[in-house]
Design a binder for this molecule. Structure first.
Ligand code: PLP
Length: 469
């Protein structure tokens, strides 16, 4: 007890500490204000440590080092890049699709300069912030009109509010989806001021169900892509191709929340074909909306394409102002869409396609390379494993593709401890825990990240964490 009191009394005052030589030396790189803030926090922590009988050092040089690290931590971004070794391509918690370099640079340019966001260089007059991107969308998807909002949830809300407020919207019971968080189709309907008219049953909805539900109060038919679940077995749903004549006959728009919206066919990667926005329009949907950061591989955005009169009603709606995307998003989206003007360019530039396209032999070779590099470490067991990667991100239910990874086990650490150690590195590594193995799935690790991954895993396995804060 006395010893504790003694230690507490030995804690220096902030002002005195700031005058000590090692701390004073830090003034060269950090302002006095930040050093004082860091010193107060370090001393408060030291006091806590003493009270809890944790070992502390009160030497000026050790305190100065702690203050320096604390001061540096103020500038570390809370949002840090990580290595995605989870095997989930569109991991919503990890920011879904990484942008192409071209898109990232466009966003950076837009962020740090004045730009022609709403300015027409030819006339010197006000322009439209959406022109560039919307023109590209119309061209790529053969769409009469296009509109971009903040995300796909916003697109669905705007679509329902602008086109069906106060009226009924007919939806299949099999498509009343919840896409994580608070996005549930029935609730978005309610927010949009529409009345949900459910038809069919959970597993089966037929053409006649839609036909019978249409009445004088019906404003639209809505189809929703069941992005994150599958109804399998005894099932039936009505495809756009069959729904379109029903909508046409009744003089109603057919709206389609496509969710992911791939612009290139995904069948080549062993995935089942995903409905694309271009095809949905061709098959007769009147308005289609989808996400910018799912299978498109762009920034968070809600992309809307369809008949001009309908899209214009959405564009003119007062809610549009609240849902409009910012300049960085528009710049990144424009650059992403430009890649798609030439599919070969999209395949080469958009990271999602690089990950999808890496063949199994390459992934296995990379896993073996990683194994060889780590093999000499003590107490470590390594195993190259066949794994299963997932699309994820509410993009395509149950869509999996074969992958390779490295299983790692440490004789003195549990799998959970090791996974935590990996997350605690300078470039955190997000891995999967599978029974008592930590699995580093290489499907979403890009080639240029491999050396860094190796370093981080090595540090975690040797207990040399490189804590980030
Ligand atoms: C992902 C998804 C949404 C939400 O899109 P965000 O871009 O995440 O807002 C809406 N509907 C469907 C069918 C989806 O898959």
């Amino acid at each position: 007890m006395d010893k504790k009191q003694e230690a507490l009394r030995a804690i220096p005052q902030v002002d005195a500490l700031l005058e000590s030589a090692p701390v004073k030396a830090l003034l060269q790189e950090t302002s006095r204000e930040l050093l004082a803030k860091a010193a107060r926090e370090v001393l408060a922590q030291t006091r806590e440590d003493i009270l809890h009988d944790r070992p502390v050092s009160l030497s000026d040089s050790d305190l100065a080092l702690a203050i320096q690290q604390k001061a540096q931590s103020y500038r570390l971004p809370g949002q840090q890049p990580v290595i995605n070794a989870s095997g989930v391509l569109l991991h919503t918690n990890l920011g879904r699709a990484p942008l192409s370099r071209r898109a990232g640079e466009a966003a950076f340019m837009a962020a740090c300069n004045y730009l022609t966001l709403e300015y027409d260089l030819k006339t010197g007059q006000r322009g439209n912030r959406h022109d560039h991107v919307e023109g590209l969308l119309c061209e790529l998807l053969h769409a009469p009109a296009a509109l971009v909002v903040n995300n796909n949830a916003a697109a669905v809300l705007l679509m329902l509010t602008a086109l069906a407020k106060g009226q009924e919207v007919v939806v299949s019971r099999g498509e009343l989806v919840e896409i994580g968080g608070a996005f549930r189709v029935p609730e978005v309907m309610q927010q949009g001021g529409c009345l949900l008219r459910e038809v069919g049953t959970t597993n089966k909805t037929k053409r006649a169900d839609y036909e019978q539900a249409i009445g004088p109060d019906t404003a639209a038919l809505l189809k929703v892509h069941t992005s994150n679940y599958q109804i399998v077995g005894f099932t039936e749903s009505v495809p756009v191709l069959d729904l379109s004549p029903i909508a046409k006959k009744a003089g109603l728009p057919l709206l389609y929340d496509l969710g992911s919206g791939a612009l290139l066919p995904l069948g080549d990667y062993g995935l089942s074909p995903q409905p694309g926005p271009k095809e949905a329009l061709q098959e007769g949907a009147d308005v289609v909306c989808f996400s910018g950061d799912k299978l498109l591989g762009g920034p968070q955005a809600g992309l809307i394409v369809g008949q001009k009169d309908l899209v214009d009603r959405m564009r003119r709606h007062p809610l549009m102002r609240a849902l409009r995307p910012d300049k960085m998003t528009l710049a990144a989206l424009e650059a992403t869409l430009q890649s798609y003007l030439d599919p070969a360019m999209a395949l080469a530039e958009i990271p999602l396609f690089e990950m999808l396209n890496t063949d199994l032999v390459t992934l296995r070779t990379r896993a073996e390379g990683l194994k060889t590099a780590l093999e000499a470490l003590p107490l470590v067991e390594l195993m190259v494993m066949e794994t299963t990667a997932q699309l994820g991100g509410g993009s395509a239910p149950g869509e999996e593709m074969p992958s390779f990874g490295l299983g790692v086990r440490h004789h003195k650490q549990s799998a959970d401890q090791l996974a935590r150690g990996l997350r605690n590195q300078q470039r955190p590594v997000i891995a999967r825990v599978q029974k008592d193995w930590v699995v580093l799935d290489l499907r979403c690790v890009r080639r240029e990240e491999l050396p860094l991954l190796q370093d981080m895993v090595k540090a975690a396995l040797t207990g040399k964490d490189t804590p980030h804060a």
